[in-house]
Design a protein around this ligand. Structure first.
Ligand SMILES: *Cc1c(COP(=O)(O)O)cnc(C)c1O
Length: 342
């Protein structure tokens, strides 16, 4: 079985060995305040800086999920209100979660702009030029959900103050861990607000991570596996070049092989016709409910899992993850299947 599900997604096959190592070497039984464990946290943070090219003055912490990051931004970094321009299901959910914590009373005074860089539900992305425009136009903090693009493509980190991702997408790891990155300006803002009412208040998290510790018993196995994967992967510039080339190939393939068949009314189309907003890491293909259901079932028969649609596009799209852990052979297998199916 091969999977193109955009989360949880294919994990790097080496993860099986890393998990076994963590058990055999007693890493999962280390006290999380022991020197050995703190060394792993420190090494993982250093590797994130190095492999993902994160600015040296940006801080990194580990939490449980991207959803938790949505709440941390609302509780610890939002003084008045947050703005949530969005185009899909994850952006909408983030706004709902945030507004439960900080009701949108004073939107004209909004001090945080929340952007989903890669909207996994419909395969759209906010490119760095657009993010740069937000940066010029908005004087408050910018927080970016990059769950399905971080570790897949390069970013200009300086265009936002908070970036986060859970690891079950482009990092090629099992779920249950998220990377939270925050700038010196974000930390200053947290200090000004002084919110300290939660186990995951950013100030408390920061205080712990400055000693390479965590406020609660962390997902030690997840952190260890992240460290091992980071040791294995090439620098983000190389990963990104491959991701973008594969994305260009995927879009050309869908347009030429799925859509442009013999002048007949096509059964499938790209959900996003506008190339400027198309995701590099999640390709969404649209069709009638019946056609989508049939192609997913046929793929399953061929031992290929396509991503279901999500949110408003649940029954009228399938999605193809274009994540780094997926191999060229797997992509070829899916392309052969799709060609034959059409
Ligand atoms: C998957 C996903 C999330 C949710 O991540 P969790 O780890 O389940 O909290 C949030 N935002 C985007 C864009 C996602 O793709």
């Amino acid at each position: 079985m091969i999977t193109f599900y955009p989360g949880p997604s294919k994990v790097y096959p080496q993860v099986a060995d890393y998990a076994a190592e963590a058990v055999h070497q007693g890493i999962v039984s280390l006290n999380h305040r022991s020197a050995g464990f703190m060394e792993i946290v420190k090494e993982t943070i250093q590797l994130l800086h190095q492999k993902l090219d994160i600015p040296a003055d940006y801080h990194i912490a580990f939490v449980s999920s991207a959803t938790e990051c949505w709440e941390i931004v609302a509780q610890s970094l939002t003084a008045e209100a947050s703005l949530h321009p969005h185009s899909g299901a994850f952006g909408k959910k983030w706004a709902e979660y945030a507004y439960r914590i900080k009701p949108p009373m004073n939107l004209s005074e909004a001090d945080v702009l929340c952007i989903v860089q890669n909207e996994t539900s419909n395969g759209t992305q906010v490119n760095m030029a657009t993010l740069g425009q937000f940066r010029r136009d908005f004087s408050g903090l910018i927080a970016v959900d990059a769950v399905s693009s971080m570790a897949g493509v390069t970013f200009d980190w300086t265009l936002a103050d908070v970036w986060f991702a859970s690891v079950q997408k482009c990092f090629g790891l099992p779920a249950g861990l998220a990377v939270l990155i925050y700038s010196p300006a974000a930390l200053r803002k947290a200090e000004e607000i002084g919110e300290n009412a939660h186990y995951n208040s950013l100030l408390f998290i920061h205080e712990n991570f400055s000693k390479f510790q965590t406020p609660y018993t962390p997902n030690g196995l997840g952190i260890y596996m992240l460290m091992r994967v980071l040791q294995q992967i090439p620098p983000i510039a190389s990963v990104s070049a491959i991701t973008k080339k594969r994305a260009t190939d995927w879009y050309a393939f869908v347009e030429n092989e799925l859509t442009g068949v013999n002048g007949a009314e096509p059964r499938f189309n790209l959900l996003n016709r506008d190339a400027a907003i198309r995701s590099d890491t999640v390709i969404a293909v649209q069709g009638s409910e019946a056609d989508i259901k049939a192609i997913k079932a046929a793929a399953q028969q061929a031992e290929i899992t396509l991503g279901n649609g999500y949110g408003d596009w649940k029954n009228t799209t399938f999605r193809i993850a274009n994540f780094p852990a997926i191999t060229d052979e797997e992509i070829d297998t899916l392309k052969q299947f799709l060609k034959a199916y059409i």
